[in-house]
Design a protein around this ligand. Structure first.
Ligand code: PLP
Length: 384
């Protein structure tokens, strides 16, 4: 029987490593999970209490397709409080994770066959979802010299016009941010060229120096994608949002009505309280900052090469070309020898990913410290 060609997407190697790591754990091995970008802390206490109350008191039927009005208003308020930007609640579409938001944004903004650019390396779901929708993915070869981020120069160098650009600052897998002047220049260039930007801001709130600025600060007609999975530590609640420019509000609403009917009601009623949990959530970020310091000390001692500057998110993207020419094989060997699970760069960059490894540090300090010791012991026991 027929199977669509679009279903033939690349695997997510992080999940394959996770599977092997879980099998090893079942066999009694001690595993340090640093392969997936998932906070170990779980949702803030107030969100959990609100969910209990909603279970007991609310009907939990469908909400409006673009989300419960209270949550949309609370998200709009967040833009005023956190960024000092005015967003109308009507511009907010609550989605099934940022993943659902990205899908909705791609469908609302682009037609099949159009060309969408992104840095290589990037979060693999961009590439694979666009491909499944029949859009052409245009990789911008972004290396350490541009903090692994797009630049106007890289956009200008493209031979054929593009219709869209995806940016993420801080980025997955590198944690790097686009410097403000470059960010502004990219928005200006894209506006002039009629290129729609989708700004994935899901790592906002998790930064280790300068705070991340929303693309809305630079004007333009960008779509913002964000969600509750990272800073808010609510991965399994499957809730995200888009901030839509006025011309895309109605198209996105029509698509959401048909494709999703409604985002999950229970998660929405609870998530309204998430914005009032800053102290608890900032404590998570302080823990990530400590983890980053541990890795920045240990990885060079173990023999890893350059680490991308982790401005935010919870990843270290390390050059391992001194140690291997096949990072997938290296990750398998590392898991077997040390119990440390990490993701090969080929997940994020099909061209140069075999020389990089992504290590997620969204976990507790003790796990990261144990992983650091194990890596030094494995690769450079003389430094142990
Ligand atoms: C850059 C980026 N965007 C989007 C997502 C998807 O997030 P969600 O759980 O909200 O669907 C992830 C998850 O890892 C991510 O790293």
């Amino acid at each position: 029987m027929k199977i669509s060609k679009r279903a033939n997407v690349a695997p997510f190697y992080a999940m394959e490593i996770l599977k092997t790591a879980n099998e090893m754990a079942d066999g009694g091995a001690e595993i340090m999970h640093m392969e997936t970008g998932e906070p170990v802390s779980g949702a803030p206490a107030k969100v959990i209490a609100a969910a209990h109350a909603a279970l007991d008191g609310a009907r939990l039927g469908y909400t409006e397709a673009e989300g419960d009005p209270k949550l949309r208003a609370r998200i709009a308020q967040h833009y005023a409080d956190y960024y000092g930007r005015i967003v109308a609640p009507e511009q907010v579409a609550v989605t099934i994770g940022a993943s659902g938001g990205l899908l909705l944004a791609f469908l609302a903004a682009f037609d099949a066959g159009e060309r969408i650019a992104m840095a290589e390396p990037s979060y693999p779901a961009y590439r694979n979802t666009l491909a499944a929708l029949g859009l052409e993915v245009v990789g911008l070869p972004a290396g350490p010299e541009t903090r692994f981020q797009p630049t106007v120069e890289l956009l200008r160098a493209l031979e054929k016009p593009i219709h869209g650009l995806i940016i993420a600052s801080p980025s997955n897998p590198t944690g790097t941010m686009i410097p403000r002047p470059e960010f502004e220049a990219i928005v200006k260039y894209c506006d002039a060229e009629g290129i729609r930007i989708i700004s994935d801001e899901i790592y906002h709130g998790i930064t280790y120096g300068e705070r991340a600025e929303t693309i809305l600060a630079y004007g333009g007609k960008a779509i913002v994608a964000n969600g509750f999975s990272k800073y808010f530590a609510m991965t399994g609640w499957r809730l995200g949002w888009l901030i839509l420019p006025p011309d895309l509000v109605r198209p996105a609403e029509l698509l959401a009505q048909n494709m999703f009917v409604s985002p999950p009601a229970l998660a929405q009623y609870a998530a309204v309280t998430a914005f009032d949990c800053r102290a608890e959530l900032d404590a998570n970020v302080a823990r990530y900052a400590e983890n980053l310091k541990i890795l920045q000390r240990a990885l060079p001692q173990a023999g890893f090469g350059d680490l991308a500057p982790s401005d935010g998110a919870f990843y270290v993207y390390a050059d391992v070309s001194r140690l291997t020419n096949d990072s997938q094989d290296f990750c398998r060997e590392m898991l077997k020898a040390t119990g440390v699970a990490a993701t090969p760069g080929i997940d994020f960059d099909t061209a140069r990913g075999s020389r990089y490894v992504r290590i997620s540090f969204a976990t507790d300090n003790a796990t990261v410290a144990r992983a650091a010791d194990a890596l030094i012991q494995w690769l450079a026991p003389e430094n142990a």
